[in-house]
Design a protein around this ligand. Structure first.
Ligand code: UT7
Length: 332
């Protein structure tokens, strides 16, 4: 079977209007703007309205991506939504997006956290490359504030809400030189307990005891994850680049998961990617989980920095513990 190139033909993102600053958080928990900025690089984040679920955020981003691609809902046969904050356990969040768009599409979720955007792009590529679908709509949407423990200062200062989307379409030419060039993904399940929501699944349904212990909220062992991320990023980045036949000198944009500015800067130094090729927006949005790199991609595209022919290296890390790398040559 000959494979077709899979290219990104449209991107879009959405963040809620409400801004929560570090000064606002100083009123909620025992923290300071200085601590948050120096330890994370975050200055503010966006918070979804009470009546906004992840699918609402995702739908807004999806509409923008479709418009950018010049496509209508009728052109989309498959929607993949990456999220760890689904509207409900089921039906899937992608189904609400499918309904909102009115697309005659199959729809499913990829429950994966911060690596979700890369995993969903990787999945979309298979459907497009094999000829199964002409277009796949990838949506990354998370309302992390819905699982935030607002009494835990070690986590509540980190997260924000948002969504990003990309249309992956069949391209022309050599698949090894166009569009989604290469992916490398790996999960290390032995570290799964470092980032999780303890209750609410089949192993530990939510009961009063779980609610009292706030086990329905996100728990994170930050310093351990920090070490795993800094150690794992160079390896997954190098494997992704090698698969694409590129080196760091070929990279125009490094888009990393926006979890901590210190992780991004440390990794960039080790990867020898200069600062002016880094895409950073953690200061404005905090950690938006699956949405973070999709929002960053949309930003660098819409402000004109990203140009046709540019090479993008994406590196993500998060729950699982999982790592993901993607190399993309941007199309016209
Ligand atoms: O997106 C998924 C993947 N996420 C990650 O990979 C996150 C990786 N981890 C991190 O980004 C960092 O570990 C954090 C930003 C979460 C924490 O930064 P840290 O430099 O590792 O801080 P720490 O947890 O080691 O805490 C240092 C100190 C502690 O005080 P003591 O024990 O030294 O007295 C904490 O209690 O800072 C204290 N602290 C705070 N102080 C003020 C923790 N959170 C806060 C806070 N405000 N919000």
């Amino acid at each position: 079977m000959s494979l077709r190139p899979a290219v990104i033909t449209g991107v879009g993102s959405y963040v809620p209007d409400r801004v929560l600053t570090n000064a606002d958080l100083e009123q909620i928990v025992d923290t300071t703007d200085d601590w948050i900025v120096s330890h994370t690089g975050i200055r503010e984040r966006r918070i979804a309205a009470d009546d906004q679920a992840s699918s609402d955020l995702g739908l807004a981003a999806a509409r923008r991506a479709l418009e950018d691609a010049g496509l209508g809902p009728e052109d989309i046969p498959l929607i993949i939504c990456a999220t760890i904050t689904p509207d409900h356990l089921f039906p899937v969040t992608a189904a609400f997006i499918q309904d909102g768009l009115g697309a005659p599409a199959a729809a499913y979720d990829l429950l994966s956290g911060c690596t979700g955007f890369v995993q969903a792009l990787w999945t979309a590529r298979q459907f497009v490359a094999t000829g199964e679908c002409e277009h796949v709509l990838v949506v990354s949407a998370d309302k992390l504030t819905s699982i935030t423990d607002w009494s835990d200062r070690s986590t509540c200062v980190l997260f924000g809400d948002g969504a990003g989307a990309a249309v992956v379409s069949a391209g022309e030419g050599d698949p090894s030189a166009t569009g989604l060039l290469a992916f490398e993904l790996q999960t290390y399940g032995e570290h799964g307990s470092l980032l999780r929501v303890p209750a609410g699944g089949s192993r530990r349904p939510v009961d009063q005891e779980a609610l009292d212990a706030r086990e329905h909220c996100l728990r994170m062992e930050g310093p351990e994850l920090f070490k795993l991320a800094v150690r794992g990023i160079p390896d997954i980045a190098e494997r992704s680049l090698a698969k694409a036949g590129l080196t760091y000198e070929d990279i125009d944009w490094l888009i990393m998961h926006q979890a901590n500015l210190r992780i991004i800067e440390a990794a960039a130094r080790r990867l020898r990617v200069p600062d002016d090729r880094l895409v950073i927006n953690i200061d404005k949005y905090g950690n938006t989980s699956a949405a973070s790199m999709a929002i960053a991609l949309d930003e660098v595209y819409r402000d004109g920095r990203l140009q046709p022919g540019h090479n993008i290296l994406m590196v993500s890390f998060g729950a699982g513990f999982s790592l993901g790398g993607a190399v993309i040559r941007w199309g016209s």
